[in-house]
Design a binder for this molecule. Structure first.
Ligand code: FAD
Ligand code: NAI
Length: 476
């Protein structure tokens, strides 16, 4: 029997892959999407890392744990008394799983709505021929399908520390970190990056004593220094213990937990004894089982699929997007690349502006930014003006009872074009969108300063920070 033939086959159904499939279907192509993720019952669970063990479940637990933190420590400030407060962790985790399932089901619905053929199983290259590329699908059954264009969107996996393989019992990746069955008394984290801070926050709020060991001497080195310092002050106050400039040595895991030998910044030998250890030291591109060698698909020196600026690989009509290629490992970056590639296949001019990809760390306070940091501008020698506005001087933040942090604008000294916006504080994840839009339209700081913002709102802090660039804040 002849292979089923598709215009576009997407391998991987994470945010990069499923969005690419939808956009390609919208453009009139006959599309297949292959994804191997299994839910607890062995059924399909499209959505990738983001939906199953990343963005979505982490935000569900961040929300639940923040509610607990508020009830435990902050409701009293509002005159609300809570008695008999407790945690039903099983229910909290079940709610998180339900949120994940809703997203899995939503994607399956979108596949149907857009007439995309979904295959549950592992996709791998078999060979190339006149009709395109033969892709073997190994699932409950095995079959080979053929695609004229292939989009590889196979994502990434957690990086393990040498000598400390993930067992998801004691030594946890992001997967195990999202389903610890009882709040650990002592929790260790290696790496104070995005996952370290988000997961550390969840389990600290729920009652764990959290210690984070970070190799670099500076906290959040890629974040604007002033913002990172402000965030660190808040985390210190919350009791998140972050040790910088450490060297992690031997890790022993046993019945009683995990023991980590480490050296502090002064070179003194230390031992950290914890019930659970989360290792969050970055992620590696995933090409396992793809059989890239069968067709000669080239990888780069990091093991990512080598692509050009347009996500074209070394092979004609084979594209790659998301975490499996260069660039920030973010769901929205993967999605943007997915849309752009589908449009390029259709002969359109898909475009991703890497200068305006926002970053958000969903801690409390939230940290969000877009564009360049002050240290990057200094290093590049670009003349700039800076303006900051603290949430302490914002009426809505006071009413919310959350006045930590600030908004910071960086603008070109001569033209006033916005070069970067950095926020630490309440709802930073939502506030950053205005800055992204402004930068996408090449706005000046004055443009934002002259726009009417609703009162009272946190967004007034954005307007005021833009005014601060010209040293004319109104409320500070
Ligand atoms: P993935 O989401 O990894 O999807 C790849 C899919 O391909 C998977 O389903 C996998 O099973 C499948 N697959 C792999 N190989 C094959 C094969 N050969 N055949 C068939 N299927 C295959 N990003 C944000 O922007 N915001 C956040 O808040 C955020 N939070 C995160 C929290 C955590 C704890 C983690 C770990 C990550 C977080 N990220 C976040 C990052 C985000 O999850 C990734 O950037 C995003 O999932 C990448 O999308 P992708 O489509 O490239 O890959
Ligand atoms: P990360 O790159 O954010 O942070 C890793 C940290 O570990 C760094 O600070 C690094 O210096 C440190 N480190 C590396 N090796 C070490 C060692 N041997 N000992 C001690 N420290 C060490 O990586 P993380 O947190 O694993 O997250 C992976 C990626 O997932 C992120 O970069 C991001 O792209 C994505 N993500 C995004 C989120 C968001 O957008 N809110 C949330 C979570 C993850």
């Amino acid at each position: 029997m002849a292979n089923k033939q598709f215009d576009v086959i997407v391998i991987g159904g994470g945010p990069g892959g499923y969005i690419a499939a939808i956009r390609a279907a919208q453009l009139g192509f006959n599309v297949a999407c292959i994804d191997e993720w299994k839910n607890g019952k062995g059924g399909p669970a499209p959505g990738g890392t983001c939906t199953n063990v990343g963005c979505i479940p982490s935000k569900a637990l961040l929300q639940s744990s923040e509610h607990y933190e508020q009830a435990n420590h902050h409701f009293a400030d509002h005159g609300i008394k809570v008695e008999g407060l407790g945690i039903d962790l099983a229910k909290m985790l079940a709610r998180k799983d339900q949120v994940v399932k809703q997203n899995n089901d939503g994607i399956l619905y979108l596949f149907k709505k857009n007439k995309i053929s979904f295959f549950h199983g592992r996709g791998s290259f078999e060979k190339s021929g006149d009709a395109g590329y033969d892709i073997k699908v190994a699932g409950a059954a095995e079959e080979t399908i053929t695609g004229k264009h292939i989009i590889v969107a196979t994502g990434s996996n957690a990086r393990a520390l040498p000598g400390a393989a993930f067992d998801e019992e004691n030594i946890l990746s992001n997967d195990g970190a999202l389903r610890i069955g009882a709040v650990p008394k002592k929790l260790g984290l290696i790496g104070s990056g995005v996952i370290g801070l988000e997961m550390g926050s969840v389990w600290r709020r729920l009652g764990a004593e959290v210690t984070v060991l970070e190799a670099l001497p500076t906290f959040l080195g890629t974040v604007d220094e002033q913002i990172a310092k402000e965030a660190k002050k808040a985390f210190d106050k919350q009791g998140l213990k972050i040790e910088l400039g450490v060297k992690v040595g031997e890790i022993k895991s046993g019945k009683n937990g995990v023991s980590v030998a480490w050296t502090n910044a002064k070179g003194e030998a230390q031992t950290l004894e914890v019930d659970k250890l989360i290792v969050s030291i970055g992620r590696v591109p995933n090409t396992i089982g793809l059989n890239a060698e069968a067709v000669g698909l080239k990888l780069d020196e990091r093991g990512a699929i080598a692509v050009d600026d347009d996500c074209k690989t070394s092979l004609p009509n084979v594209w790659a997007i998301g975490d499996v290629v260069r660039g920030p490992m973010l769901a929205h970056k993967a999605e943007e690349e997915g849309v752009a590639v589908a449009e390029r296949i259709a002969g359109q001019h898909g475009h991703v502006n890497f200068n305006t990809v926002p970053w958000v760390i969903y801690t409390s306070p939230e940290i969000a930014w877009v564009g360049q940091t002050e240290q990057q501008l200094k290093a590049s020698g670009r003349a700039y003006k800076a303006g900051t506005f603290p949430f302490l001087a914002n009426g809505r933040a006071r009413a919310l009872g959350d006045t930590t942090g600030m908004v910071k604008f960086l603008a070109d000294a001569a033209t006033d074009e916005i070069l970067g916006v950095h926020i630490v504080g309440p709802q930073a994840s939502e506030l950053i969108s205005e800055a992204v839009v402004a930068m996408e339209f090449k706005a000046s700081a004055e443009d934002i300063a002259r726009i009417c913002h609703a009162h009272p709102s946190l967004s007034e802090a954005t307007k005021e920070a833009a005014l601060a660039v010209d040293k004319r804040t109104l409320n500070f």
